[in-house]
Ligand binder design. Structure first.
Ligand code: DLL
Length: 432
């Protein structure tokens, strides 16, 4: 087992390293980004007030709104001539968020991805089938450079053209698949349709992320491909993929704390929650040059796992994401996370892992939620009674988890649009 040297250091050593890097980063942004100087000044904070990680909470938060207000380059901390790459994420609303990388940033990022591949059991002998989208999205190029850094062979196939993907996998001998979990399911379906036998595919692992998925979906993907499915997390503002990643224990994602300091806060009060409790994930980058971010509010919800991991790495782990503060649907006043619905759907025999949640507001003003779930061919050709009973069963289970009424509609196989990148699970027709 290979560890990067920072992965098994003691808490004290890590603390020292983080403090040193934090102090440097705070000074760097204060001196080079007018936005931070203004923000720190108005909060009455000087860089010299930050003596180590224990002072982190004195610093103000940064939000996606700040990035948008300073579109495109306002938060960059180095002159453009020092940047070698730009990425951007479109998001669902408004302006893109734009990030820039120096040569050192690209090198750090690549090293982190290399560490992720190793955590998934990969080595330089692997053939990485990279089906994350190439372009402004960080998934494609991020994984690409990391795979090369490890010395593995990367196939830059990008997303789409699923039949060709399967042919390439078969002919080129891909051993590790990297893409979104929904695309891994989509590809599994294509493989079956093409009649390609699993024994002609050499995949042994997959590194999946960029969208929420559940433990049950992991089980499905592992079975469909005969692989270890590893969860990778990241966001373009902080770096891209490779902010945290699971090891083969598959018990939460190790955060690369030598580069990013995580905090969990109560999204309403902004205060840190006790260790182990759920809340909003906040990151401070401590080695980034191009666009360092201080206490960046990710809007992602998770908790830190206090226990040590069996793999031997000493870094803290975060639980698989349970949703986003802005993905949370408020249905008739009740907070609903799509992940809770997914958990139920994926535990039912005979339904496919393809679903969509349609939210609307009825004329009388009440919110309605319909969960559309695909069934497999066999079930679909069954008696109507069987389908009705299954609909009722799923409805009851979702209702008992959420505590509100929903309607469930079983739909034909293949009727829900397949994704080649991030899946669109929620259709909110309400005009809020
Ligand atoms: O999705 C970076 C990435 C690429 C991560 C490839 C993993 C693999 P953004 O487009 O900026 O960056 O979207 C970031 O996606 O805040 C989460 O809400 C969500 N997300 C990312 N990874 C996971 C994951 C990339 N493993 C946003 N589980 C984040 C759940 C995830 N959600």
């Amino acid at each position: 087992m290979f560890y990067h040297k920072e992965e098994s250091i003691s808490r004290e050593e890590l603390n020292r390293l983080q403090s040193e890097r934090l102090i440097k980063t705070v000074k760097h942004v204060y001196d080079n980004v007018p936005f931070y100087k203004k923000k720190f000044d108005s909060a009455g904070i000087k860089p010299s007030d930050i003596k180590g990680v224990e002072d982190l909470a004195k610093l103000p938060f940064t939000t996606k709104g700040d990035l948008r207000d300073n579109y495109p380059y306002g938060l960059f901390a180095v002159p453009m001539k020092d940047l070698v790459r730009i990425h951007a994420s479109s998001g669902t609303t408004g302006k893109m968020t734009v990030v820039g990388y120096t040569q050192t940033d690209i090198s750090t990022w690549s090293e982190l991805i290399a560490r992720c591949i190793v955590m998934a059991g990969g080595t330089k002998d692997d053939i990485i089938h990279n089906a994350y989208g190439y372009g402004l999205f960080t998934g494609g190029l991020g994984v690409h450079y990391g795979a090369e850094k490890l010395g593995a062979t990367v196939i830059p196939v990008s997303g789409g053209n699923s039949q060709r993907q399967i042919k390439i996998m078969q002919d080129f001998g891909s051993t590790i698949l990297t893409c979104t979990p929904s695309y891994a399911l989509n590809l599994a379906e294509t493989r079956k349709e093409m009649g390609v036998d699993l024994k002609d595919i050499k995949l042994k692992a997959g590194i999946f992320g960029a969208e929420p998925w559940s433990e049950n979906m992991r089980r499905d993907i592992e079975k469909l491909w005969g692989i270890d499915a590893i969860d990778i997390y990241g966001l373009s503002e902080i770096m891209g993929p490779g902010v945290a990643c699971e090891c083969l224990e598959k018990k939460g994602l190790h955060v690369f704390e030598d580069h990013f300091i995580p905090e969990i806060i109560n999204p309403e009060t902004g205060r840190q929650v006790p260790h182990g409790q759920k809340g909003e994930l906040v990151f401070t980058t401590i080695t980034k040059e191009g666009i360092p971010l201080i206490r960046y509010r990710t809007r992602d919800i998770t908790r830190m796992i206090p226990e040590k991991c069996k793999c031997g790495r000493t870094s803290t782990r975060m639980e698989r994401l349970s949703g986003r503060t802005d993905d949370m649907l408020i249905i008739r006043g009740v907070n609903v996370f799509p992940s809770e619905i997914e958990m139920v759907i994926m535990s039912v025999e005979g339904v496919e892992p393809h679903y969509q949640i349609v939210v609307d507001r009825a004329e009388h003003g009440l919110d309605t939620m319909e969960v559309q779930v695909e069934v497999n061919e066999k079930l679909f050709s069954d008696e109507i009674k069987v389908l009705e009973n299954l609909e009722k069963k799923i409805q009851k289970e979702i209702e008992s988890v959420l505590g509100i009424g929903v309607s469930v509609k079983l739909v034909e196989p293949k009727s829900i649009a397949r994704s080649e990148g991030k899946a669109k699970r929620i259709v909110d027709k309400r005009k809020l």
